[in-house]
Structure formats: C-alpha cells, structure tokens
Write a protein that binds this ligand. Structure first.
Ligand code: XIL
Length: 379
C-alpha cells in the first residue's frame, strides 16, 4: 500500500532539480500532431495528472512534454486535503499554486482533485482524530464547510471542474464507505449530498464530479452497481452532481478472466445507464495495468495500446464525454510502479502510460491519437 509518506514525498518542491534531468531538444518539425490539438478539433480536451516533484514538474523535459501535448492538467496530490491542510488550520497552497500559475501561463486548464476522498486512510490524520464536540454531526458539517470554502475560495474560477467526492463506493460489496465524516449521518449518502451542496455554494461556476474507479470486468460488477445506485440516489435528492469521473485505471487488476469484448459490452451498458440519468462523463485518470501481459516490451506495449484503444472507443462514442486525462505521461513516474496491490509477478516495471521513461512516444500514445481522431466531433 502506498503510504502517506510516499505521497508527501511526491510533494517535495520542484526547486531541487537534479542536473541529470536536462530538457529535451525542441520537438522537431514533422513531429506528430499534439494530442491537445487532435482533441480540440473534436471539441474535446486531452490532459494529464502532474506532480510538483523533481521527476515531473521539476523536470523541464517532462514539463515541455506536458506543454506540448496537454490542454488540461490536474494535480496528482497537491490539491488533496492532506496536502492543503496537513495539520489543522495550517493551509498550504504553494505547490498547487505553482502548478496553476504555470498552467495559466501556457493556456492549459486545470481540474481540481479532490475535495473529499472517502477511504479513511486518505483523510488527514488530524481529521480522523478530531473529536467534534458535543454535537458531532454539527461539528462535521462545520469542518466540511470550512474545508470546501478554503479550497474553493482560494482557487476561485481558475478551477472550473472539481472532483468533489472520490471513491465513495466500496468495490468489495458496492456499499457506501464509512469514515469519521460519514458516521454521524444517518447514511453516507447524506454526507455525500452535503459535500456537493457545499461545492455548489462555494464554486457555483464549476462542473461538480463524482469520481471512482469502477471498471467493465466481472470483478468490478458490484462496484458498478454501487456507483449506479449512488448516482440514482443523488439524482432523487436533487444533489448538484454534473458528471461521473471515470478514473479508468484499466488493464488487469485481479485474477478474474479478462473477457475482452464481454467486458467492453458491460462497460457500455454502464455508461449508457449513467448518461441516461443525465450525467456527463469524463476520463480522469487513464492508465493501463500490464501485469498479465508478456514481459517482452514490444508485445506488452502492443497489448497496452490495444486495451487502451478498445476502451477509448467505447467511452468516446458518448458525446457527453469531452475530457480525457491520463494519470501521468510517462511510465517511470506512474503510481503503478509503487502501488503494491497488483504488481507484475516477474517484478518488471510497468509500462502503463503513453510515453516511456526516456519520454519517447509508445504505441499507447498512437492509440489515444487514433481513438480521438476516430471519435465523433462534439457539438
Ligand atoms: C495516487 C497518487 O498517484 C499517488 O502519488 C499517491 O500516493 C496516492 O494517490 N485514484 C485517485 C488518485 O483518485 O488520487 C490516486 O493518486 C490514484 C488512484
């Protein structure tokens, strides 16, 4: 399991740039059309998550790659509650502000990720230990309001899309997760509803997103069902949710058989139901876990690209889906390298991203370009 320490490690300032990380030469003439331009022609946007540490924002070559390819970014960790308020009342916006200023300078939009992240381990320590006084529910409501107000007022209109609620459904049984912020409510859906209402109050201009990692495979059936139930319940309550964020950590995660086309069919059915309820869609964290693909790099990269293409073809056939973000541009900085839930059995580093460690484009980059090129143009 990735620890808080790892995450905070990733927040270490970009200032300490190792001299080995040199900018790449300017992109040569005849280079492929940037993904952001292909997307723009279709009324879409392409982007990535980026961290403020030395291997991403602090690496001029990586930064240049993002500037060239992306019309949209999201901070990997820097806008999470734990990063913004590591101890009670001590607000730290510096890392997020640095990313935002750079994005603005280059005409790149930025999403907000995230206001609430439901698994308890991702809440700041001090929130978990908080006592909340005699009326716990009131105390929780006050804290939630303070948090949403602090983030939304600080970033204002610069953030036009927020992941308000991240991972509220337990994939094991499809039920809503409980944590110290949900327990004082009759049901967690009341706390989720409040989160969105607060976001609406403090960021009325923004697209408000429920973000989760359900997939199309059988192992994810309960997760999909739980998310559909939650979205239906929120609709009934009139909760201001605009869109479902599809994290899209696709590929092989568990030992269940990959059923290829059948899984894609399930995925389409799921997206049909979500858009049928009136929700927009966006791909927020795309990468491809290659743990069941062969070690051979050419074969592996081809498998990753094929899975990516098939998945995008289904998703992009929904005109409500306009934004595609990957969770990192290059393999070496991917969170999957250190995430111990599903490592490769041969211990080799994963190749889940559109670029390799040398920032050379991989077949996955072509798959993304082809899928967007093939997608119907958005009105
Ligand atoms: C991950 C980051 O990439 C890591 O650096 C951090 O240690 C843990 O979080 N779903 C999400 C993202 O919504 O916020 C997660 O990001 C990846 C899974």
């Amino acid at each position: 399991m990735t620890t808080r320490r790892t995450m905070l490690g990733a927040l270490v300032g970009a200032a300490l740039l190792p001299t080995a990380l040199r900018p790449l030469p300017a992109f040569a003439a005849g280079a492929p059309e940037p993904l952001k331009d292909i997307a723009r022609r279709k009324g879409m946007r392409f982007g990535t998550a980026i961290g403020s540490g030395p291997t991403e924002f602090g690496n001029p070559a990586y930064r240049a790659l993002v500037e060239r390819e992306c019309g949209l970014i999201v901070a990997t960790n820097e806008m999470k509650w734990q990063a913004i308020e590591p101890s009670k009342g001590q607000l730290q916006f510096k890392a997020a502000d640095t990313l935002l200023a750079w994005a603005n300078e280059h005409g790149i939009a930025m999403r907000g990720h995230n206001l609430f992240w439901q698994p308890e381990k991702w809440l700041p320590h001090w929130v978990v230990q908080e006592k909340f006084g005699a009326n716990v529910r009131q105390g929780v409501e006050r804290l939630m309001r303070e948090h949403v107000r602090a983030e939304c007022e600080h970033f204002g209109k610069a953030i036009a899309s927020w992941d308000v609620m991240n991972e509220a459904v337990d994939p094991a049984d499809g039920k809503l997760r409980q944590n110290p912020l949900t327990r004082p409510f009759g049901t967690p859906v009341e706390q989720i509803d409040l989160a969105f209402r607060l976001a609406k109050e403090y960021a009325p201009h923004a697209q408000l997103v429920y973000n989760d990692y359900m997939r199309g495979d059988e192992g994810s059936a309960k997760h999909r069902a739980g998310v559909l139930q939650l979205l239906a319940d929120l609709k009934k309550r009139g909760t201001p949710v605009d869109a479902l964020g599809l994290q899209s950590h696709i590929g092989s995660w568990d030992e269940s058989q990959d059923r290829g086309k059948a899984d894609l069919l399930e995925w389409r059915k799921f997206l049909d139901e979500v858009s049928g309820m009136g929700y927009d869609l966006l791909i927020t964290e795309l990468d491809v876990n290659d743990r069941r693909l062969p070690a051979d790099i050419a074969k592996r990269d081809a498998g990753v690209a094929a899975a990516c293409r098939d998945y995008l073809d289904v998703c992009l056939s929904f005109p409500r889906l306009r934004d595609v973000l990957v969770w990192g541009m290059s393999d070496d900085i991917s969170w999957l390298q250190t995430w111990d839930e599903a490592p490769r059995k041969d211990g080799l580093p994963m190749r889940p991203c559109p670029y390799d460690a040398k920032l050379q484009a991989k077949p996955m980059r072509q798959a993304i370009a082809d899928a967007i090129n093939a997608a119907p143009a958005r009105a």
